[in-house]
Write a protein that binds this ligand. Structure first.
Ligand SMILES: [Zn+2]
Length: 326
């Protein structure tokens, strides 16, 4: 018998990291484990310092934007807290899905079957595929654009192509100076593994420029403890641009020849060694530059895996592919 504390993952064996920079600090949570605040007028955000969702309180009902299971029943607590204070109804009438992922929508079913759910047509297709009772499929879908009007408020939904996921949309609040766009930019933090677990590298790396084309001051980005600013988006873009430049330099400078000669017939061993060497060479200066600047920058596997994905996209999508055999 071994006790959990004696395993290799016990707290005494966990690695230590640099203190998080000031821009990565979260909110002070209440006794239920959430923080809710006014983003602009009747638009509110709620966080547990890992996930974030939002809601609009109107005279005709509450509109919820994403229901992360991490926040779970605290979404209802936050709505009740805010509407008790501002005198609006606490009845939830609508829910908007940013994208289909369960970590952002898995508390949707808590709000029952009598609300109107709105999402991209690809979100509906993927949720029908996934068949998850926690995430009822949207009743109202759209292909490119949809304007939601509830209680005198307006929200513009738009799909500009795949990025983090095939169905991830831009949710613009033109009268609240706010954009909600999930799982691409983390305010004050690096993306986690593989560009925040994203499907489409070109779409992901191009998405922040699309987000910046909208007029907004506040960006609700789906994670961590605060809304992002335009400066946060610019810093994220610089981090990605640095990885791209470093990856191109590494692809050009790490010579695979001696590695392939060493491994001879074990071609995959050579491929692994070469690509790992390129990744390490490309990521090292980026990790050094952003440690102390962005939270998680010294968690090297995040920048390694993001670098690997970008480096592969340079090889596979954008080119150059590598030397052409003479
Ligand atoms: Zn996601």
């Amino acid at each position: 018998m071994t006790s959990p504390a004696s395993g290799t993952a016990g707290p005494q064996n966990l690695p230590e990291y640099a203190p998080v920079p000031a821009i990565a600090k979260g909110a002070a949570l209440n006794e239920h484990g959430y923080h809710v605040w006014q983003v602009n007028r009747n638009l509110y955000a709620v966080t547990d310092n890992v996930y974030m969702s939002a809601f609009l309180t109107t005279p005709d009902g509450v509109v919820i934007f994403d229901a992360p299971p991490n926040i779970g029943h605290n979404i209802r607590r936050a709505v009740d807290q805010v509407t008790a204070a501002n005198g609006m109804t606490n009845q939830v009438t609508h829910m908007v899905y940013s994208h289909h992922h369960a970590d952002h929508q898995g508390a949707s079913s808590l709000f029952g079957g009598d609300i109107v759910r709105i999402g991209h047509e690809e979100t509906r297709r993927l949720l029908l595929r996934d068949n998850d009772p926690a995430r009822p499929v949207p009743d109202v879908t759209f292909s490119d654009r949809y304007t939601l009007e509830v209680g005198g408020e307006r929200v513009d939904l738009a799909w500009h192509g795949p990025n983090h996921s095939p169905d991830n949309i831009y949710i613009h609040f033109p009268d609240h100076d706010t954009l909600m766009f999930i799982d691409v930019v983390n305010a004050g933090w690096v993306p986690i593994y593989n560009l925040n677990l994203s499907d489409d590298v070109i779409g992901y790396t191009g998405a922040p420029a699309i987000a910046l084309d909208y007029p907004w001051t506040h960006l609700i980005s789906g994670h961590l403890g605060r809304v992002a600013t335009r400066e946060d988006v610019a810093l994220h873009q610089q981090y990605i641009a640095d990885i791209e430049a470093s990856s191109r330099e590494a692809l050009a400078s790490v010579n695979p020849g001696p590695i392939f000669q060493h491994y001879r017939e074990n071609v995959w061993a050579a491929v692994r060694t070469h690509l790992d060497a390129v990744t390490e060479h490309a990521a090292a200066p980026v990790i050094a530059k952003y440690t102390g600047v962005l939270g998680g920058a010294d968690i090297d596997i995040f920048t390694w895996t993001t670098t690997f994905a970008i480096m592969q996209s340079i090889r596979l999508d954008r080119g150059p592919s590598g030397p052409v055999h003479p």
